[in-house]
Design a binder for this molecule. Structure first.
Ligand code: ZN
Length: 523
């Protein structure tokens, strides 16, 4: 970015418009975080009104015709790339995309989506508690209807987002993973599923049993929280510019410069679930904190613009998965972390060693809950949701048939019986918010993470040794420098090629998972 004195006046004005919209959006993010963490239940009805009003105001800001005029003027400035920089041109390109998408949605639909989404989320919470799908079904029906309307506005019926494929699902996917289509996802997922199924079968057929007693050690949630904070600090998550709280469903929200919030959940047993939730969300948080949100003296040129924004959910997820799985489930990590866990948690862990930890956190065991799934079968959970949500949007699957279809696929792909909807199709919050087209980005993240990881290890040959000493700075700096600082300058596929020299491929992930399963099970 050139010094602000040389920035075109239209760009400075555009950045100021975008910043005001983003500031309003940060208030919406804050009340949404509050709804998930500390809001008393009786506040739910009014919170829906607040969320809806804010969504309308944010929408008005984002669709202000002046933004369109400024973009037109910048796009018409032939000398822009010489005057400015490639960053500036990328910023205009991405701001155009955001503006075009926002102006395709009527304000009434945006407000309705926010209001019904907020109500449906409450309905989902109660339905999940009681494992009562019929209580959630009408809300899911409403959200699907509104989401289809949104996809049609985006151009799912031809042209616009999703590359004009005419597929409503493509228009939704494009919102989270710009430029990617359902057909491309399917082309990656279909062979991946076949090879993962083979791997899972090899593990199930082996006689080898992994001792996971170390995970059964009961640990007080307060001690788990203290341990989680220690790991987050070592990873380089800035706790002066963020916090860690407790929720039903772990998440990270980058609210504003200096304010990135993480949540996790604690249970008396399986203490590693909370740790991996914390490391996962911490990976998202480090990405948010690494975005160039606050450029000293030129704040308006960044915050609110696409240069201060994450590329896609797939790339976001590559960051969280890398810390959770490639770092957190490795032997070097436990060489450093186990003595600290033993010191923090007391006696229960003292008889276990690094080998026990490594084997226990790398078992391959088909299970019911996505967020607690192992690294290998996790991807099967994602594929099931991708297939089902695509069918729900197209209408080929009726809402009433969702539980049956869900359970059938869990039997088919993972070989397990779903005992109730709480542990079945009611387990995830996403669909209640209208987040459809979002799930595949989780597995895309795993794929990107494994591909980046190979390159990182080439660039930092002693990374394992550093991790074994609790030194994560070289890794964090690499991520900051290669990925975070660019904002949305590159699209996901472009960034992948720039960093690794190759298109996204399933091979690095498959190799990593196979090597691990072979080491743990001796297969
Ligand atoms: Zn995530």
């Amino acid at each position: 970015m050139p010094p602000s004195a040389q920035l075109p006046a239209a760009y400075t004005e555009l950045a100021s418009y975008l910043e005001r919209g983003a500031t309003l959006q940060s208030v919406a993010a804050l009340i949404s975080w509050d709804q998930e963490t500390y809001m008393p239940p009786a506040a739910a009805a009014h919170r829906a009104e607040q969320s809806s009003l804010l969504a309308s105001l944010v929408h008005q800001r984002r669709t202000d015709p002046r933004i369109g005029e400024l973009l037109g003027s910048l796009e018409g400035d032939a000398a822009l790339s010489e005057k400015g920089s490639a960053e500036l041109a990328a910023c205009v390109r991405e701001a155009r995309r955001d503006y075009d998408l926002a102006t395709k949605l009527p304000e009434s639909l945006v407000a309705e989506l926010a209001k019904v989404g907020s109500q449906a989320q409450e309905a989902w919470k109660h339905a999940r508690e009681k494992s009562d799908f019929s209580a959630f079904a009408p809300w899911l029906e409403k959200m699907l209807d509104l989401t289809r309307q949104k996809a049609k506005c985006y151009g799912g019926a031809g042209g616009g987002a999703g590359g004009g494929s005419g597929d409503l699902y493509d228009a939704l996917l494009d919102e989270y993973e710009p430029g990617m289509t359902a057909a491309q996802v399917e082309a990656i997922f279909t062979p991946l599923r076949a090879r993962l199924t083979d791997l899972v079968t090899r593990v199930r057929e082996t006689k080898a049993k992994v001792d996971t007693k170390v995970l059964d050690v009961k640990v007080d949630p307060a001690k788990q929280h203290a341990f989680g904070l220690r790991v987050l600090g070592a990873m380089g998550f800035d706790l002066e510019a963020g916090r860690l709280d407790t929720t039903a469903h772990p998440f990270c929200t980058g609210i504003a410069p200096g304010d990135t919030r993480l949540t996790t959940r604690y249970k008396g047993d399986r203490w590693t679930d909370a740790l991996y939730g914390t490391m996962h969300e911490g990976g998202h948080g480090i990405y948010e904190q690494g975005l160039p949100k606050l450029a000293a003296g030129r704040r308006q040129a960044y915050f609110g613009t696409p240069l201060a924004d994450a590329i896609s959910l797939g790339i976001h997820e590559s960051q969280s998965r890398m810390w959770e799985n490639l770092v957190g489930r490795s032997k070097p990590f436990w060489k450093w972390a186990l003595p600290i866990a033993q010191e923090t948690f007391g006696k229960g862990l003292s008889k276990f060693g690094v080998k026990d930890m490594y084997a226990a956190v790398n078992t391959v065991t088909p299970s019911l809950i996505r967020v607690e799934a192992d690294e290998t079968t996790y991807n099967m959970h994602v594929m099931i949701r991708f297939e089902l949500e695509r069918a729900l949007i197209s209408g080929s699957l009726k809402v009433a048939d969702l539980p049956g279809e869900w359970n059938a696929r869990y039997k088919d792909y993972l070989g397990i019986k779903v005992p109730d909807d709480r542990r079945g199709c009611l387990q995830d919050v996403h669909w209640s918010f209208g987040l459809i087209g979002y799930f595949p980005t989780y597995t895309l993240g795993n794929l990107y993470a494994a591909q980046f990881w190979d390159k990182i290890n080439d660039d930092i040959p002693d990374l394992s040794k550093q991790i074994a000493k609790g030194k994560f700075l070289a890794l964090k700096d690499w991520l900051n420098d290669s990925i975070h600082r660019h904002g949305r300058r590159y699209r996901a596929g472009e960034l992948c090629k720039k960093i690794t020299g190759k298109e996204l491929s399933a091979e690095p992930l498959l190799r990593h998972l196979t090597e691990k399963a072979e080491a743990v099970y001796g297969i």
